[in-house]
Design a protein around this ligand. Structure first.
Ligand SMILES: [Zn+2]
Length: 304
């Protein structure tokens, strides 16, 4: 991968993340507060949504307003779990790819989400620029990121129990390929590449084990739901959601009905690719991209 000069990616291949973190990890509070934030930010309807870092498809059913959804993840095994959860249908298209080398034609999607994923990006501005490229004029992009400027890190910093400052704008890598970002830095990156920020919600105000043990979850969720609106004033939670929009400075493009017309070769940029029995073929650079069990795999060409 070094030859392609893209940043390292965090790979959940073979991970039981969905089970250990979400299903058995006492994360009902986080899941429900995220659902509320998404509902507030999602457009009522849309045609083609790109879900970046879709994982096992936990959030995918929440995009019911969109006619079709492309689930993108670097890990095939996560996408297989998503297939098992959602079923195989025309509505969902499963793509294994690197966010720094998106295999889609420019201006394809009219909506995108990236939840709990920027967290793993060593070069966040570069990833965001890739996403911007594949969005149509007027599209909505919903981004969740982990904020370094949260109350817990501020307290720890003031008490001398944490070296890095939560107030400085550069990202902090608190574990390998796990980054927290300053809300102002994220806003500036989005604006620099042509997004306008429409709404900011703060989420998970009460992400403390002690609270989660003492207070009934329905109450915590209701309180968080109210507090989310303060996101437009200040952001001191570990999780922040923003809704950003691409300027509607041109007429939105037609979205081809055929999935194969959505793709470009991530190696050389050629489009369209040719459909072969079990792969897509690029006639410019000779790359073959596998299609296995309903998953398009654009990570490494078959004939590499
Ligand atoms: Zn090619």
């Amino acid at each position: 991968m070094a030859s392609k000069n893209t940043p390292p990616v965090c790979n959940y291949e073979g991970s039981d993340y969905q089970t250990s973190f979400w299903d058995q990890g006492g994360r009902e509070y986080e899941d429900r507060t995220e659902a509320i934030a998404l509902k507030r930010l999602l457009p009522k309807s849309g045609r083609l949504m790109l879900e970046l870092g879709a994982g096992a498809g936990r959030n995918t059913p929440r995009y019911a307003g969109f006619e079709r959804v492309v689930l993108l993840d670097y890990s095939r095994t996560q996408l297989q779990q998503a297939q098992a959860r959602l079923g195989k249908s025309d509505r969902y298209v499963f793509v294994a790819a690197d966010v720094y080398r998106l295999p889609f034609v420019d201006g394809l999607f009219d909506g995108a989400t990236m939840i709990r994923t920027l967290h793993h990006m060593a070069d966040a501005p570069r990833a965001l620029a890739q996403i911007r490229n594949v969005l149509q004029p007027g599209s909505v992009f919903i981004l969740e990121f982990a904020s370094k400027l949260n109350l817990k890190s501020i307290l720890r910093y003031w008490l001398g129990r944490q070296k890095w400052s939560p107030f400085s704008q550069e990202p902090v890598e608190f574990a390998e390929l796990n980054f927290d970002f300053h809300p102002k830095a994220v806003r500036e990156w989005l604006q620099e590449i042509g997004f306008r920020i429409e709404k900011t919600l703060t989420v998970s105000h009460f992400r403390l084990d002690l609270l989660k043990r003492l207070v009934p979850i329905d109450i915590l969720v209701a309180l968080d739901s109210l507090a989310q609106w303060t996101g437009s004033l200040w952001q001191l939670t570990p999780s922040v959601f923003v809704r950003a929009r691409v300027a509607r400075n041109a007429i939105p493009h037609h979205i081809p009905g055929e999935v194969i017309q959505w793709f470009k070769c991530p190696e050389c940029g050629r489009t369209p690719l040719e459909s072969k029995r079990d792969h897509l073929y690029c006639s410019s650079c000779d790359s073959q991209w596998a299609i296995r069990d309903g998953i398009y795999d654009f990570r490494e060409p078959l004939n590499n």
